[in-house]
Write a protein that binds this ligand. Sequence first.
Ligand code: ASP
Length: 366
Amino acid sequence: MTLSRRDFLGAGAAAAATAVVSGKAAAGLVEVVDRSLSAGASRATRPVVVASSNGLRGVARAYEMLTRDNADTLDAAIAGVNIQELDPEDQSVGLGGLPNADGVVQLDASCMHGPTKRAGAVAALEDIATPSLVAKAVMDYTDHVMLVGAGAKKFALQMGFQEQNLLTEESRQDWLRWRACLSSGDNWLDHTDPVVIKFHTGTINMIALNAAGDVSTVTTTSGLSWKIPGRVGDSPIIGAGQYCDNLVGGAGTTGRGEAVIKACASFLTVEHMRQGMAPEQACLKTLERIVAMTETRLLDERDRPRFDVDFYAVSKDGRFGSASIYSGSRFAVADATGARRVESAYLFPRAERPRTPRPACVPQAG
Ligand code: ASP
């Protein structure tokens, strides 16, 4: 298989310096589409906070904590992702996350604190809305790195976290639609509302670097929707869903976790930066490895994946970047210029992405 960056480089040059500022500017959160910022190494800036696209409010909060309160980098990053974890409208994480095949919300999260070289994680955690904070509690209060399932929940309750039902009515209805569409031969009738079934991915990763060059990372998610109960993705796995080394920088990811786990991909991205690559280049290099590691059943006739993965990275000197397998992704960044979304670099144009057939759900008449 041969991979070319021709498309990426061409698109970057053509669209350089294109900036579109939306009405969110009034709220202090600027949506910027600017290929020139992502076509190559960004300039170094500290402090800086980078996140997946859904982290726009989060990077603003984390950046403010770093600059105004001189907050710890992990505290700032976790406060940033807490916004999405507690937002019932973000169906990819925390409260309101899409459930597993049994209709149960199971959450994964992990974090790393660069300055003290510590890490914590939880997987398949139920009924606690902020798994990022439980992961940090594992790091702060135990000699372990990861707790899972019932043990993770018991630990969270012992640490004073509140138990709550995380399945919102919207997510429950989405689960019912998915369930009704599984088979025409089972005992579930079609859903009355023929809305397109969501095969939803989503997650939030955040990387915070302060003025002194300390870095921390966190990733939190409800994982792939409709997953087999007990399935654990990349997000809670140190070195897969996120990784940082205070000497080098931090990296994290969203997208198909199974592909990320096999490539130890966040660790690999940090190692690429250790070898001297700029963050964006490191992300692209990791994505090439993920593509190279993809099993045949998940490749199209051009040997391109039938899924997407996004990477985010920040180097210790304050450069940042992001890349995805297919074009069209953006990421959130906050620095002295403000909080904004920036287009990610990519390996292939999205227009060439193979469409995965989805089951049609036809409502039952009468
Ligand atoms: N990486 C997450 C997982 O595989 C899902 C996502 O980011 O969309 O659990």
